[in-house]
Ligand binder design. Structure first.
Ligand code: SF4
Length: 142
């Protein structure tokens, strides 16, 4: 196999958001387990409207599934102007004394090569990633 080098001066490849809305065309990358942690799929699944409609009968899909989509940077309310604020807040919280325990090992992941959070924070983001539920409204009500 021959590696293809990026052209000097070429724009950076688009990043992938690892906590995207559940929309048709998004990619299902992980499921919330009974241990309260996200378990990444070994094989990602592009979802369609029928899948999402079926999933929504059990509540917001983002409350128990993680989806990936294109990082839209400044078109997203979580964008700080130069980075994704979601993983920054998660890492800040975990740095506090009473934060939950992160994963000891780097979890398997199918989007690491382009992941926005990994590009910002490396393996530190991955070890915290298992704790991130995109839509916590359901969890908060329990
Ligand atoms: S932060 Fe790490 S584990 Fe989470 S989606 Fe990105 S690359 Fe995968």
């Amino acid at each position: 196999m021959t590696a293809v080098a990026a052209q000097p001066g070429a724009p950076p490849a688009p990043r992938t958001c690892p906590s995207a809305p559940a929309e048709a065309g998004a990619t299902l990358i992980g499921m919330l387990g009974p241990d309260g942690r996200i378990h990444n799929l070994r094989t990602p699944l592009e979802v369609d409207a029928d899948f999402l409609a079926a999933a929504a009968t059990q509540g917001p899909p983002e409350a128990r599934m993680r989806f990936a989509g294109r990082c839209v940077e400044g078109q997203c309310g979580q964008w700080t102007g130069h980075s994704c604020g979601v993983i920054e807040r998660v890492l800040d919280r975990l740095a506090s004394a009473d934060g939950p325990q992160v994963a000891a090992e780097l979890p398997p992941c199918t989007i690491r090569a382009n992941c926005r959070w990994f590009s910002q924070s490396g393996g530190t983001a991955c070890r915290a990633c298992v704790l991130v539920v995109t839509d916590t409204r359901t969890l908060a009500a329990e």
